[in-house]
Design a protein around this ligand. Structure first.
Ligand SMILES: CC(C)(COP(=O)(O)OP(=O)(O)OC[C@H]1O[C@@H](n2cnc3c(N)ncnc32)[C@H](O)[C@@H]1OP(=O)(O)O)[C@@H](O)C(=O)NCCC(=O)NCCS
Length: 328
C-alpha cells in the first residue's frame, strides 16, 4: 500500500518483487532500494541493536528501547523489524489494534545510515497486511509538526492528515490568579468540578458530538498517546474510574497520570466557546486539589480553545498531526 502515493512506480523500488507478508508468518526476502532487507517479527534479542541505532533519534533520545519488552508481551500488537543479510535490525515499527477496526502505528525508526531507501514504506506495507488479516479498516499514527521527514514518508504511503492537536501544559504551584496583598493565596475559579456519574455520559457525549470540538477532533479520543474513534462508552468508563468531571462550564476527563504522578492529565473535554476558559481554570484548580504539580491538556486545534488555553496560562508544548489511511 505504501506504493499508492508514489507518482512513478517504476522508479520507486526497482528491485521489488512479489513476496509473502509478515502476517502470514513467512520469512520473506524483500528488496528496498540499494539495501537487501527482510521484514520479520521482532524478538527479544533485537533490543540491543534497536537501542543502539535509536540512541539519538531525537534531541532528547528515544523511548522505543524502553517500550520494547512491553510491546513484545502485548498480544494486541506486532513489533516488526527490517533486517539486513546479517539478520541485525536496521529499522523497526510497532502497530496494534485499538479496536476491532482501528490500527495504531508508532515507533517507526530507521537507522540513520539507511534512510531514504524505502524501508519505512516497506514496514508500512507490512503493517497494512497485518491489519487487513485482522479485519481492520483503518491505520492511524501521529507525528509532531516539525517532523517533515515522517510527514513526507506517510504522505507518500497514502496517509492524510485528518486533525491537529496541541499538548498544553503548565505548572500549577500558583495555578489560579493570586490577590496582591493576601499572601499570594490562591483564588478559586468561579466553578468547581465535581465527579460525574455514568448517567452524565450520555448528555456529555451528545453535547460533544454535535459541536466544534468533535469536528476538530475528527471524532477521536486520545488514550496514552494514541487516537481512536470515541464512543459514549468511553465516558461511561471514565465515570466508573472516577475520571469524568462536570461543572456548569462543561465536562472533562482528567486523572493523575499513571506514569507521572505529579501530573494531572486532561485527555478530553467538552465546553462551548464562551465557557472554555472557565472549564480550563476549573481543571487547573482540580489538579491543584489532587496535589499535582503539573497539568497537561491534549486538545484538538480550535482557535477559541487555543485562545482559552493561553488565557489560562498554558504553554503549547507539542503540536501534533494525526494521519490516517483506509485499508484497501
Ligand atoms: C521518518 C523515517 C521513519 C522515514 O524512514 P525512511 O525509511 O527513510 O523513509 P522511506 O525511504 O520509506 O521514504 C519514502 C518517501 O518518503 C519521503 N521522505 C522520507 N524521508 C524524507 C525526508 N527526510 N525528507 C523529505 N522526504 C522524505 C520521500 O518522498 C521518500 O521517497 P524518496 O526517497 O523516493 O524521495 C526516518 O526518517 C526516521 O527513522 N526518522 C527518525 C524517527 C522518526 O521521526 N520516526 C517517525 C516518528 S512519527
Amino acid at each position: 500500500m505504501a506504493e499508492s502515493g508514489r507518482r512513478n512506480p517504476s522508479g520507486a523500488h526497482p528491485h521489488a518483487r512479489p513476496s509473502r507478508h509478515l502476517g502470514s508468518g513467512a520469512n520473506v526476502v524483500r528488496y528496498a532500494r540499494t539495501v537487501e532487507i527482510r521484514i520479520r517479527a521482532a524478538v527479544a534479542s533485537d533490543k540491543e541493536a534497536i537501542a543502539a541505532f535509536t540512541q539519538t533519534t531525537f534531541t532528547w533520545g528515544d523511548y522505543v528501547a524502553d517500550e520494547f519488552d512491553r510491546w513484545l508481551d502485548d498480544p494486541r500488537g506486532q513489533t516488526a523489524v527490517a533486517v539486513g543479510p546479517d539478520d541485525i535490525p536496521i529499522a523497526m515499527a510497532r502497530w496494534s489494534l485499538l479496536s476491532p477496526t482501528e490500527v495504531w502505528g508508532q515507533g517507526a525508526r530507521v537507522h540513520p545510515d539507511h534512510r531514504r531507501k524505502g524501508i519505512s514504506s516497506r514496514l508500512t506495507e507490512a503493517c497494512e497486511q497485518w491489519a487487513r488479516e485482522r479485519g481492520a479498516l483503518v491505520l492511524r499514527l501521529v507525528t509532531e509538526d516539525w517532523n517533515t521527514a515522517a510527514q513526507a514518508q506517510v504522505t507518500r504511503s497514502g496517509f492524510r492528515n485528518v486533525c491537529k492537536w496541541t499538548m498544553w501544559e503548565r505548572t500549577i504551584g500558583n495555578a489560579a490568579p493570586s490577590v496582591a496583598g493576601n499572601g499570594g493565596s490562591r483564588v478559586p475559579s468561579d466553578e468547581r468540578l465535581t465527579l460525574a456519574g455514568a448517567p452524565e455520559a450520555g448528555p456529555a457525549y451528545l453535547a460533544w458530538s454535535v459541536g466544534a470540538i468533535a469536528a476538530a477532533s475528527h471524532g477521536f479520543i486520545t488514550e496514552r498517546w494514541t487516537w481512536r474513534r470515541m464512543h459514549v462508552q468511553d465516558l461511561v468508563a471514565a465515570a466508573r474510574r472516577r475520571a469524568l468531571w462536570v461543572c456548569p462550564a462543561g465536562w472533562l476527563i482528567g486523572e493523575v497520570d499513571d506514569d507521572r504522578p505529579d501530573t494531572f492529565w486532561v485527555s478530553w473535554l467538552m465546553a462551548a466557546p464562551d465557557d472554555a476558559h472557565r472549564l480550563l481554570r476549573a481543571a487547573i484548580d482540580r489538579a491543584s486539589s489532587e496535589a499535582a504539580e503539573r497539568i497537561v491538556f491534549l486538545l484538538p486545534k480550535v482557535a477559541w480553545l487555543d485562545q482559552a488555553a493561553r488565557r489560562a496560562g498554558l504553554d503549547a508544548a507539542h503540536n501534533l498531526l494525526v494521519y490516517e489511511r483506509p485499508i484497501t
